[in-house]
Design a protein around this ligand. Structure first.
Ligand code: MRU
Length: 349
């Protein structure tokens, strides 16, 4: 397929001595390219969701390491400074394993580095490789996932898993793109994804640019789509997949998956193998990020609920493996026994 036709934006792009990020807090109203020159700016951008989506924050973290090496290369204690910066990057957000996975690869390079100048080049090369591999993985997963979708199907997706959340093309949204290109998809529904509206602001915007017809639905409409037969698949990404297949993803995914299974629809999780955490035995071991109450109590900086109301704002939930029909990775598709299937894929590195 012509991938470029369905992949028009880039969330993360390196410059000569800086990193460009498309500010995802402002989309779609404002298109602002941020130019970051320090690792601490990258930490802030990840924590504040200027860059978000598990693969994209991994890529940003890898380039953040490169910026740290550039910044501290002339310091006598460069090794100590760079290590501290990398640990701050690693901890900028807790749930998406891709961030730790990417930064850990840079930490390994730091351990073996002989001087700061060669470290700068090694960090840049590793970040470029992580970015290129992610794009290639997404293209492959798009094809593999699309094969599972019967002609004339309609799908619901949640959050944003597209070019903005990855190196390009997307994971779950990559499958939607590939399946649409192959004429398999009748209708795509994007759930708005409260409170941050990744579905409404980002997914709907990406699909509009690709001229893929889509309809926005309220998060609570998922059950109606499945019960009425309007949607046949739930297709989502992941922030961390435990070795038994339990999958952490944006809050609301679990409710959609329960509804899909209740009414006979299918559930597909699409993620690069870097999102599979073989050290994590099950969903109960996954750290679920809680963010500020303000994200729920206000909208656009204006408080929408009575003063004194409190909120609880977990931003991910865990869908148990038994609710999932297929996990699509670039190493292959796992259906059925996820523990066995993921272990097998893990040994194919
Ligand atoms: O809080 P976010 O926007 O970073 O959450 C993103 C998601 O939950 C995505 O579904 C997941 O990271 C997969 S992105 C390919």
């Amino acid at each position: 397929m012509d991938y470029a036709q369905f992949d028009r934006v880039r969330a993360v792009a390196p410059g000569t001595h800086f990193l460009e990020l498309l500010d995802q807090r402002l989309l779609p109203g404002q298109i602002l390219q941020l130019r970051l020159t320090t690792a601490s700016q990258v930490v802030d951008a990840i924590a504040s969701l200027q860059v978000r989506g598990a693969p994209a924050i991994g890529i940003a973290g890898a380039y953040g390491a490169w910026l740290a090496a550039l910044e501290f290369a002339e310091h006598s204690d460069w090794r100590t400074q760079v290590r501290a910066a990398l640990l701050r990057l690693r901890n900028a957000r807790p749930t998406a394993v891709n961030l730790a996975w990417a930064v850990d690869q840079q930490l390994a390079l730091l351990d073996g580095a002989v001087d700061a100048a060669s470290l700068v080049n090694a960090f840049k090369a590793k970040a470029d490789q992580i970015r290129a591999d992610d794009l290639a993985a997404n293209h492959l997963m798009g094809r593999l996932g699309a094969e599972l979708i019967a002609q004339g199907s309609s799908v619901l997706t949640h959050c944003n898993t597209g070019s903005l959340a990855t190196a390009g093309f997307g994971t779950a949204l990559g499958v939607v793109r590939a399946a649409f290109a192959e004429g398999r998809i009748k209708e795509t529904y994007a759930a708005e994804t409260r409170p941050w509206l990744q579905g409404a602001r980002l997914t709907a915007w990406e699909l509009l640019q690709d001229a893929i017809p889509a309809r926005l639905v309220a998060d609570g409409a998922g059950a109606l789509l499945f019960s009425s037969g309007r949607a046949h698949w739930l297709i989502v990404g992941a922030d961390r997949i435990a070795r038994n297949g339990d999958t952490a993803n944006k809050i609301g995914t679990l409710a959609h998956a329960c509804a899909a299974k209740q009414f006979g629809a299918k559930v597909m999780v699409v993620a690069p193998f870097s999102t599979v955490d073989m050290d994590c035995k099950d969903g109960a071991s996954i750290h679920i990020e809680e963010r500020s109450e303000d994200e729920l109590l206000s909208y656009g900086g204006v408080r929408t609920v009575a003063e004194g109301v409190r909120a609880f704002n977990p931003v991910f939930d865990v869908t148990p493996a038994h609710l999932i029909d297929a996990i699509v990775t670039e190493r292959g598709v796992v259906q059925g026994d996820f523990s066995r299937g993921l272990k097998l894929l893990g040994s194919t590195a």
